[in-house]
Design a binder for this molecule. Sequence first.
Ligand code: FAD
Length: 438
Amino acid sequence: MERLGKLRVAVIGAGAAGLCAARHVLSRANSFEPPVVFEQSARVGGTWYYEERVGTCDDSRPIHSSMYRDLRTNLPKEVMMFPDFPFASHLPSFMTHWDVQQYLETYCKSHDIMPHIKFNTMVEEVKPISMETDEGGAVRWEVISRGMHEGHSTQIFDSVFICSGHYSAPHLPSIPGIELFKGKVMHSHSYRCPEPFAHQSVVVLGAGASGVDILFELVQAKAQVILSHNKPALTFSLPLEIQQAPPVVKVQDDGSLLFQDGSVAHAHVLLLCTGYNYHFPFLGQKQLGLEVQHHLVAPLYKYLLPPSFPSLFFIGMCKLICPFLHFHYQIQFALAVLDGTVQLPSRELMEEDAEKERQRKIQMGVPVKHLLQMDSDQWDYYVSLATTAGLSPPNPVIQSLYDEVAKRRRANPQTYREINYRLVNATEWQVLNSPSVE
Ligand code: FAD
């Protein structure tokens, strides 16, 4: 991208992705002005800042974080870390959310990001202010924000990094007759701890990462749990106390839940562990030519930028990834595009590339709702971003440990966090202790 002076970058959000973006912009002071990071809340950390409250904040914004009190990370710290910023050595491999929050605060301090964050400031609108979308980078961005104390402000930027997260807006499936349910309907976004559910009957809908974690918490707190899901088979065996059922198809007139196989249950609580919607209330999606559905943002070249607007970057939209590692590569690739180190193909070629990638996945049998899931594809993706932008690719040990943990999680999601690991070198890891797993 051609440029004259230093570039101005806006970053939306001061969670892990926004902090990573700010850190890398700051370290390229020859090409970039210090970033402006807009953060609607009063602190950094995003989803890792645990809120006991549910519902809304004092200023009536919806609570952002979906963390629950006893959550432990599902990646070991050796895999989860930003590659250039290890977690403290005294921490176990699988950490609490407090540990991760502290890590992000330390990251922020170490890179002197704090002075560049506008706290209590919500971005309300982001729009291109020139419709010239040729590769000359003529488009600039108007960012309209509202500060809790200062009112509205409009600023112009050369590029915008969207780091607003996508685990905050609950996805609520439509269940016919739901208004007839006599118990409590809630989403995992508002689940904090199991004690209030003791001796209650709970139907957990969804067997994804949160559903399975919460299920075990509920059973330990002596709730009676039915896990309702549409997976043909789970990869692990459930404790005897947990019943399984196919998806809920409707709520009947008497308030009972009817499952797909004709069975019926009464429950105190229907807990929806049904995931989250992509949600960008500050973007005019039509104007940008973007399709945003609850499970999809498209088209994105390299899962990162809309081909028509190559100075707008969506950081971390993919799922089944190592998020911090993913941010690390996407952000540095994006900055290399902006400073001209990386030349993007034409808009048409980027559109073709995004479509080819979509077709590749569809032909492999990936359902449309999972098009943004990466899992084993993520490694080639990082190598491709790294090679193009002149960065070191991830050490092979990261993939190897990620695969090992995934295998253990599939086999037993209740115990896989009991192991501590150590990275020996760029290719090898070691188990430090494994109390209940050989
Ligand atoms: P977020 O952390 O959500 O941060 C987004 C920030 O943007 C927030 O601070 C928000 O206030 C701000 N914001 C949003 N909209 C606006 C706006 N309009 N204006 C201004 N500010 C705005 N990842 C792992 O690596 N390991 C795990 O073990 C793990 N466990 C998880 C467990 C749960 C329950 C959840 C929900 C997620 C988990 N994740 C885990 C994924 C986690 O989301 C990522 O690790 C990462 O923290 C996402 O960072 P982010 O910066 O993209 O988004």
